[in-house]
Design a protein around this ligand. Structure first.
Ligand code: ZN
Length: 714
């Protein structure tokens, strides 16, 4: 409504006027009404029963990347999409380095003999757990080898843990380190790289009951937490250095592509690693010698955790099959009616460590039901303005492989055409909504969440508010700008889009107590008992994901909010300074001024877009020109040379830490944290220049809009 008032005032006055109602950003008032009724119609087509059927099929068998079952599922997804009426269905093949277990054994040979089972127990209640095709314990891309060595307990396996061991006179070189999975999550590949850097011979990573077992609550099959034998599989690839097939860094591993040698592959671990249940780790911990570990290192087992180093000797053998295997990315589209060369991309990975009921099949089931419902609209003659591209990725669990290879293969076209990438990895392990997004798209998620009814009878927005308030232990509403997380790390398929291509990304998930991650027990039984009985949150995810896709695909002007983005950049700069005091060494004033100018340009552009949309004077050709330029803003954050030491990661605002944690202003932050002030100044200049370029671009877009609508220049 406020947007309407602005039509009669110069843009400059609008800065202080009430801001336009942002629920219809990118739409005129009339178009907004039509869009919302279309979205409601879409949501009414989403069938809970159908999602359950997809989910049962997807979780019926283990389907890790490279397995026959996962390959069959690639074709099955393609068949579903053809039957649903989707267009341009294609299955892409990438020939990549795979990693699967041939033989893994672990024996304690001193002070007593114990052979680790490295398997998970079957339960009568849950027939899937008896499936003979379930693998035992392994870590993707572990090195192969054999070693007999003493074991040292190294807590979470972070660098500071090794500092402590050193202070106690314990050297881990040539030894086997036993570390815990940690909560909050720290990527296991970081633990492996840290152990490798410390000179350890091998790393054992076990699930302590304090993190995801009985210390948290009732365990499977009576509750959502991990039972004694549950094993968290996973890859230990160093894909925070460079994701994708380790042998084709920076180009697509299409059949016949050139490959580098394994020795030259920086993302391949040189250390052996094996994951363990606490049941298998307990005899090792119980027999350790050496000093008692500090209180903060004590875990949930009823024993004194000691640092070890001498008494417990283990013989470990790891033999991995590291042959080249085909991975398959299934892709389909609904071609846009007006702007077929503007792509809204929606994707989820298909490969799972075992059955993958949460990770990723909850997302795959939501994907298939979203496409079925959009396909039903298409059959009724309803086609979105822009093209919707749907992708079922492969090998996400190994190195974000399928999405990275696809992104590298179509990089030039994607840089021209990609509007946004909407990722859903784990659709649901519970009821609490979480979203992350680049700063320009975060407000859109909040707006869309207001329009979507949740299972409780409240809107998704209200449910989101409730769960955020509970998480933050606060009684007043959370600021809308604080609902989505605009600090984005790695660890899923959005990475190639954001960090390599400069495509705006969104990630959506519902979370809850989930202690069976990457274990056999992440299965259909678990989902129906604990994760999402009745599949209400799967349904909600399919509805939300498709609604967001439609909102982006049908907007006349792309609904990016660069004012909000500028505010985020400013906060990134301020928190970096709080943490590193970089401004004592590097002049941040000019960087902050650039961020402020960008934010102001974003605000002014928001006003001009609202005015232009309500004026009715913007023709199709004009709108296309504007949208083409808007799409380039995110691209402009990419520096072709990448961030120092990691040229694949090109985005200057977003990077990832080695733990997968978010890392804003990556080049500047890493230099500041290292106290390298000259490189820090150079990085600040690169970011400032990118902000300057984008401010100029926003001004240019705004002027074009104002000229169209006849708003006098301020
Ligand atoms: Zn996943």
């Amino acid at each position: 409504m406020a947007a309407f008032i602005c039509v009669f005032f110069p843009a400059v006055l609008c800065l202080s006027a009430a801001r336009p109602v942002s629920s219809d950003r990118g739409y005129s008032a009339a178009a907004s009404g039509e869009e919302k009724s279309l979205e409601a119609r879409y949501r009414s087509l989403v069938s809970t029963n159908q999602i359950m059927q997809y989910h049962r099929y997807l979780t019926a068998e283990p389907h890790p990347a490279g397995s026959p079952r996962n390959n069959d599922l690639a074709q099955w997804v393609a068949e579903q999409w053809r039957a649903q009426g989707l267009e341009d269905v294609v299955v892409h093949e990438y020939d990549v380095l795979n990693s699967s277990p041939r033989e893994i054994s672990l024996e304690m040979i001193r002070p007593k003999h114990f052979r680790a089972s490295l398997r998970e127990d079957a339960y009568k209640l849950d027939p899937d757990t008896k499936n003979p095709r379930v693998d035992g314990a392994y870590l993707g891309y572990s090195a192969s080898g054999e070693v007999t060595a003493p074991v040292v307990y190294a807590h979470s396996g972070n660098p500071e843990d090794y500092d402590y061991l050193k202070s106690q006179g314990i050297d881990v070189r040539g030894k086997i380190v036993l570390v815990r999975y940690s909560n909050p999550y720290s990527y296991r590949g970081f633990k492996a790289l840290t152990a490798q850097r410390m000179g350890a011979a091998a790393i054992l990573i076990y699930s302590d009951p304090a993190e995801d077992g009985y210390k948290q609550g009732a365990v499977y099959p009576n509750g959502p937490w991990g039972p004694p034998s549950h094993i968290q599989r996973g890859a230990i690839t160093y894909d925070f250095l460079e994701p994708g097939d380790p042998l084709t860094p920076g180009w697509a591993s299409v059949p016949g592509a050139k490959r580098i040698s394994r020795a030259d592959a920086i993302s391949l671990p040189k250390i052996m690693g094996v994951p363990m249940s606490w049941r298998d780790a307990k005899p090792l911990l119980a027999n350790m010698d050496g000093p008692v570990a500090p209180d903060s290192w004590q875990g949930g087992l009823p024993l004194k955790y000691r640092l070890g180093g001498k008494r417990v000797q283990v013989h470990l053998k790891v033999e991995m099959d590291d042959s080249i295997k085909p991975y398959y990315v299934t892709e389909a589209r609904i071609r846009g009616s007006e702007a077929p060369d503007e792509w809204v991309i929606l994707g989820n990975h298909r490969d799972a460590w075992v059955f993958g009921a949460v990770d990723p099949s909850s997302g795959t089931a939501a994907l298939l039901e979203m496409t079925r419902s959009l396909g039903a609209l298409l059959k009724q003659g309803i086609r979105p303005r822009r093209t919707l591209v749907f992708c079922s990725w492969d090998g996400e669990e190994y190195a974000l492989t399928g999405s990275t290879e696809w992104g590298e293969q179509y990089a030039d076209e994607l840089k021209q055409k990609a509007v946004a990438y909407l990722n859903v990895d784990e659709a649901t392990s519970g009821k609490d909504f979480e979203a992350d997004a680049v700063g320009s798209l975060a407000p859109l998620i909040v707006n869309v969440s207001r329009d979507i009814p949740g299972p409780s009878g409240q809107s998704l927005y209200e449910e989101w508010q409730g769960s955020r308030q509970r998480a933050l232990h606060q009684s007043h509403p959370v600021e809308d700008s604080e609902l989505p997380d605009t600090r984005i790390g790695s660890g899923s398929d959005h990475t190639v889009f954001l960090n390599y291509l400069g495509v705006p990304v969104v990630g959506l998930t519902f979370v809850g107590p989930y202690g069976v991650y990457h274990s056999m027990y992440d299965d259909y039984f678990w989902m129906n008992r604990f994760g999402d009985p009745g599949y209400k949150y799967h349904t909600l995810m399919a509805q939300l994901w498709g609604t967001l896709g439609l909102r982006l695909a049908n907007a006349r002007i792309l609904p990016f909010d660069f004012e909000a983005y500028g505010g985020d950049v400013m906060r990134f700069i301020e928190s970096l300074d709080d943490e590193t005091h970089v401004s004592g060494h590097v002049d941040l004033a000019s960087l902050k001024a650039h961020a402020e100018e960008f934010q102001a340009a974003g605000l002014a552009l928001n006003q001009s877009v609202a005015v232009a949309l309500s004026s009715g004077k913007l023709d199709d050709a004009g709108a296309t020109r504007i949208n083409q330029q808007l799409m380039q803003v995110e691209r402009n954050w990419c520096n072709p040379g990448g961030i120092p030491g990691r040229p694949w990661f090109k985005h200057v605002l977003y990077g990832t830490r080695e733990t997968y944690a978010h890392l804003e202003l990556p080049g500047l932050t890493e230099a500041a944290e290292a106290g390298d002030w000259l490189p820090a100044a150079a990085q600040a200049k690169i970011i400032g220049d990118a902000l300057g370029r984008n401010t100029a671009l926003l001004h240019q877009i705004q002027q074009e809009l104002d000229t169209t609508t006849g708003v006098p220049k301020p």
